[in-house]
Design a protein around this ligand. Structure first.
Ligand code: GLA
Length: 397
């Protein structure tokens, strides 16, 4: 068991496959998690975001079957009582992929990908799959998008077709929207699909154009899991989305992306005050993305810090998706970082992770400050991950 814990996701996916199915996998695929550096909840408002894929992966080991069944082993989940071996098992007929009502959440992502890929005319034959990963679950790092992208690539490798990375991302978003019950935007899937090692991604969520922005070499991407669990499906995510739609309607635009200064100063006063604050966050956080891209390219740590702090305050005061312990954690990290970078909550909100962009030389000091100064409401210490911007999803073998 302890040996298992140290093994890589690839090794665990393969070992799990061999143990459960008594054969070797034919193909292997992987997809990374992501953190968003700035531009939060802007994706479904057709604005800008700036994520990077990180070096935490979901790996899928796969082989053909002769029938029309998809059989799945989720190595990281507990086996059901009385079930065979380690890990959770799921099984469905390809024609029943759309039938998710009785399925556990994790299996819905697999079924959703099968359903959407078939809907779009891609052949999906019977398959045996084993999934393992090292993406922290429920921490807001898009473990679900990385699962969707890894599954998509496994089917593409097994069935002999390929999809452009943007198309694969859109398939994942649709799987999540229709079959997993979350009205997420396309940020997570695009990040996992299009990641570039050593780069952040300046993402136009309307045109879906993505511009890789080199990250300064001596900057660490620190991801601090607050251990406050967030569940997007159950959270206020969908409410925020409705409020943004109401704001766009009230301002007479297709999406908040289209609001310029003139329109804002003319019409913002007519919006309901809560809706106005939601819109203000979106419009300005979207604009901060270009600013952060410039600051990263110039290696201007003070400007990076300024933008990240403003973004956090905007999420706290206008979009109201932070919680007090997360605000305290971000402030504590920012205190150590000073003018040499920044810290802010990342992701959908109400918990999850605080990220920092800071010189590598400060990593230990930040770690110590977090260990000393932070506990979640239920008394847990935060987990600090030092991450690197990584490449997007693909086939490993
Ligand atoms: C979640 C969603 C994304 C995006 C972020 C907030 O991660 O899945 O589409 O809206 O929240 O930026």
């Amino acid at each position: 068991m302890s040996q298992d814990r140290q093994a890589t996701p690839r090794e665990r996916a393969v070992q799990g496959f061999e143990r459960a199915f008594g054969q070797s996998p034919e193909r292997l695929s992987r997809a990374p998690a992501r953190v968003n550096l700035i531009g939060e909840h802007t994706d479904y408002n057709e604005g800008f975001a700036m994520p990077c894929a990180i070096d935490r992966d979901t790996v899928v080991a796969a082989a053909h079957r002769d029938d029309d069944v998809i059989e799945v082993l989720a190595c990281d989940l507990p086996a059901e009582a009385g079930g065979p071996g380690d890990g959770a098992r799921g099984r469905f007929r390809i024609g029943d992929a759309t039938d998710v009502a009785a399925s556990p959440q994790w299996l819905r992502y697999v079924q959703g990908m099968v359903a959407v890929l078939r809907e779009q005319g891609h052949a999906v034959g019977g398959a045996t799959l084993s999934i393992a990963g090292n993406v922290p679950q429920g921490a807001g790092l898009s473990s679900s998008a990385s699962l969707e992208m890894a599954i998509g690539h496994a089917f593409s490798a097994l069935n002999g077709w390929s999809l452009p990375p943007t198309t694969m991302a859109l398939a994942g978003q649709r799987a999540e929207n229709v079959y997993a019950g979350c009205r997420c935007g396309v940020l997570d899937q695009l990040s996992s699909s299009l990641g570039v090692k050593g780069h952040a991604l300046l993402m136009d969520c309307r045109s879906l154009a993505v511009r890789p922005i080199p990250m300064p070499a001596d900057i660490a991407v620190l991801v601090v899991d607050s251990k406050i669990q967030r569940g997007l499906v159950d959270s206020e995510y969908n409410l925020r989305r409705q409020q943004c739609e109401a704001a766009a309607k009230g301002l007479g635009v297709t999406a908040l992306r289209d609001v310029d200064d003139a329109l804002w100063s003319h019409r913002a006063g007519q919006l309901d005050p809560v809706v106005r604050r939601r819109a203000r966050h979106i419009i300005w956080d979207s604009r901060r993305c270009a600013g952060l891209a410039d600051a990263l390219m110039r290696g201007d740590l003070a400007a990076i810090g300024h933008l990240m702090r403003e973004s956090h305050w905007s999420m706290r005061d206008d979009f109201e998706i932070t919680v007090p312990p997360i605000d305290a954690l971000a402030a504590l990290m920012q205190d150590v970082i000073g003018d040499h970078g920044g810290a802010r909550m990342t992701g959908g909100g109400f918990g999850g992770c605080v990220i920092a962009l800071a010189p590598r030389a400060l990593v230990d000091e930040i770690r110590v400050a977090v260990e000393r100064g932070y506990r979640s409401p239920d008394g847990r210490a935060a987990e600090v991950h030092v991450c690197a911007a990584s490449d997007g999803a693909g086939v490993l073998a």
